[in-house]
Design a protein. Structure first.
Length: 283
């Protein structure tokens, strides 16, 4: 029987059958086709868009809105945290100055008259009642804002053509005095509302009224009921006559243009004065 001839070491060693090779070829073609389809999809999704294409402008607008909303939220958070911190301090400490005082001093050059801070209990109850009656009759019942009053003020401003009326509560007026400037705008009104809601959460009603009566503007460089009494009548608030107190309270709505002696020249002030006289001075 003839012996098998050994294969030469250099002769290639075949380990795949023809069936295996066919199967490998088919699989390779499948993956190649799949890869080319993927490349085609990628080229289609990344093709250049014309700068004037509506879809490109829409994408840009959406991105701009996203960035704007992000910064608006950040600014709101910073504003609310900073004012809340100040109000937390004002629960126990009287502000050394207000934004309105600084604004009048720096922007107008007015000299700020010295004034003595009075606790609410040192201010006559009749004066507190007068202020609430003409400035915010529902002060002890609302939560800082009166939506109906703001809506009515907005309707009147639309008729006039500029922001004149504000529909502000005593809380909103105090917020404006402490933190904002007196230039009228819808942005200021919006910020007033935010601070007023914070004040109602952090401060008591009596504390808000006390801050209002001690920092409200009563003339050029004159702030607080005690400072107004001493400037206009050369006496403390507890020594005012009923008519003098009525005149000072009436003046609150327009303290820069008028004085206690000239307030009757204005129709609105005259109506306020007559109402208070009938209510508090008439026998």
């Amino acid at each position: 029987m003839p012996r098998k001839k050994n294969k030469s070491p250099t002769e290639p060693f075949l380990c795949f059958t023809e069936e295996d090779l066919e199967r490998t070829k088919t699989a390779s073609l499948f993956y190649i086709k799949k890869h080319y389809r993927w490349l085609a999809q990628q080229r289609k999704s990344h093709q250049k868009v014309s700068p004037t294409s509506p879809s490109l402008w829409l994408v840009r607008l959406i991105n701009l809105l996203k960035v704007s909303i992000k910064w608006i939220v950040i600014l709101h958070i910073i504003f609310i945290l900073s004012t809340s911190l100040c109000l937390g301090i004002f629960r126990f400490i009287n502000p050394p100055a207000t934004t309105l005082m600084l604004y009048r001093r720096l922007a107008y050059g007015w000299e700020i008259k010295p004034s003595r801070y009075l606790p609410l209990t040192k201010i006559p109850r009749s004066i507190r009642t007068m202020v609430i009656r003409v400035e915010d009759g529902d002060f002890y019942n609302h939560r800082g804002i009166l939506p109906a009053a703001i809506k009515n003020a907005y309707r009147l401003n639309q008729q006039i053509g500029r922001p004149v009326y504000g529909g502000s509560t005593i809380t909103m007026q105090t917020a404006r005095t402490l933190f904002l400037i007196p230039e009228k705008s819808y942005l200021r009104k919006y910020l007033e509302i935010i601070i007023a809601l914070e004040m109602e959460l952090i401060l008591s009603k009596d504390r808000i009224l006390e801050l209002y009566l001690n920092y409200a503007e009563w003339g050029k460089g004159i702030f607080g009921i005690e400072g107004a009494a001493r400037f206009h009548y050369n006496k403390g608030v507890q020594s005012l006559t009923t008519n003098q107190a009525i005149r000072l309270v009436t003046l609150l709505s327009s303290p820069i243009r008028y004085t206690p002696q000239t307030l009757t020249k204005n129709g609105i002030l005259r109506s306020r004065y007559q109402y208070l006289v009938q209510r508090f001075e008439s026998p």
